[in-house]
Structure formats: structure tokens, C-alpha cells
Design a binder for this molecule. Structure first.
Ligand code: B16
Ligand code: MG
Length: 215
């Protein structure tokens, strides 16, 4: 029986991956590293600083910057990203999201956000759906990112629902692995690559039969 829903943000509720890519591409270009869309796939679902580390390793520049310099680079990328995010509006909510969270609210099933993004509260506000969520995990409070289960276990705790009564929605492999380790039933939303470890997969949340889900 479903008693709580836990959502990843980027790739599940809104497609911000393209904006992350453009912002990283600009930053990486400025420090002499060229990244492409295929490489960007490996940044999905992982934190800002881990993404920067991966880019530096990819460009053989992992030993050049101090921790402070890396923080400044990550902040600069976030400024580029926030500028791009200016454009987002409720029209960018991915298909099926509104129907799902509306129905969940009707049934008094709490919804939570388990996103690696520190920008999640601002993005949900811009999309006009922040009120649908009973909890948003603050990723800065976590010891480990996905694929560690911590973020999903925290989300379940915040909505007071045992993990085994939750369903988690994810578009990244690391997120599906985190759900598995949390003992949360996983629904994978496929953007590009397959998600073989997910319990169920869809191309869009709009394909889900809500009557079946809440049965
Ligand atoms: P920020 P998700 C993740 O969102 C993105 O997929 C990932 O590419 C990004 O690096 C991460 O958020 C951190 O985002 O820089 O905004 O804090 O998929 O976990 O919702
Ligand atoms: Mg995601």
C-alpha cells in the first residue's frame, strides 16, 4: 500500500538537465575543458561539487585547484545556471506530474523531494508547485549523495512514512540504486539510457495509471 511519494527533481518533475549542461559547458570552457552531451549524462543526479570534480578529472586538471578555488568555480557555474533558470515557468512541469501530485494530495498521501539540487526549493516555487510537497530534503545536510540511500531515507523520515510504504521516482541510475538500498519501490523515468535496476520504468509520469498506483 502506498503511503508516501518521493520525487527526484531534475528529469522527473522538470527537465533542467539541459540548463545544467549549458552552465557546466560554459564554466568548463573557461578553464580549458571541453565537455559534450554524452559526458553530461554522467553528471545526472550527482551534487554540484562532485560534478565539478568529474569535469576536472575528465580534463586532467584535478590537481590544479585548491578547495577554495573549486568552491568558487562551482559558485560561478551556479550563477550561469540560475540565469538560465530565469526562463522556467509552470509550462516546464513535465507531463503527468501535476495529475500525480494533485491526486496524492487528494488522498492525503504526502509527497517529498529528494533532489541533489540546492536550488530545488526555488525551482519548485518558480513552477508554482511548492505547496504540494510536505518536505524537501536539504542536500547540504547529508553525508553522502546518491547512490547512497541517505537522501531517500531522510525524505521518508520527514514525511513520517516507513520506506517500504513509499514509492520513489527517479531518472538517474544512481538514484535508482539509492532507492533500492532504501527499500523503497522504484519507478524509473527514462530520458536517455535504460534503468535496468528500477522496479518499473516509464518514459513519462503521464503513462502511469493513477488508479492502479493508489489502489
Ligand atoms: P545544484 P536531481 C541534480 O538534480 C542534477 O541532476 C545534477 O545534474 C546536479 O548537479 C545536482 O542536482 C545539483 O544541483 O547545482 O542545483 O545544487 O536529479 O537530484 O534532482
Ligand atoms: Mg534527476
Amino acid at each position: 500500500m502506498v503511503k508516501g511519494l518521493i520525487f527526484d527533481l531534475d528529469g522527473v518533475i522538470v527537465d533542467t538537465a539541459g540548463y545544467h549542461y549549458l552552465a557546466w559547458k560554459q564554466l568548463a570552457g573557461e578553464i580549458g575543458i571541453s565537455i559534450d552531451k554524452e559526458f553530461n549524462q554522467s553528471l545526472k543526479g550527482i551534487s554540484r561539487i562532485e560534478s565539478l570534480d568529474k569535469i576536472l578529472i575528465y580534463g586532467n586538471k584535478e590537481h590544479i585547484y585548491s578547495a577554495d578555488e573549486k568552491n568558487r568555480l562551482a559558485m560561478r557555474k551556479n550563477e550561469y545556471y540560475l540565469k538560465l533558470l530565469d526562463k522556467i515557468s509552470p509550462n516546464d512541469i513535465l507531463p503527468g506530474v501535476l495529475e500525480l501530485i494533485t491526486k496524492a494530495n487528494e488522498y492525503h498521501i504526502p509527497c517529498a523531494i529528494a533532489s541533489a539540487s540546492q536550488n530545488a526549493p526555488a525551482i519548485l516555487k518558480k513552477l508554482g508547485i511548492d505547496n504540494y510537497f510536505a518536505a524537501i530534503v536539504d542536500p547540504t545536510t547529508l553525508k553522502k549523495g546518491k547512490p547512497d540511500p541517505e537522501i531517500f531515507l531522510k525524505a521518508a523520515e520527514l514525511i513520517h512514512v516507513p520506506p517500504e510504504y513509499c514509492i520513489g521516482f527517479e531518472d538517474a541510475e544512481a538514484g535508482i540504486q539509492a532507492l533500492k538500498k532504501s527499500n523503497i519501490y522504484s519507478i524509473g523515468i527514462i530520458a536517455e539510457g535504460p534503468l535496468p535496476e528500477a522496479d518499473q520504468v516509464y518514459y513519462s509520469l503521464s503513462e502511469i495509471d493513477l488508479n492502479m498506483l493508489f489502489k
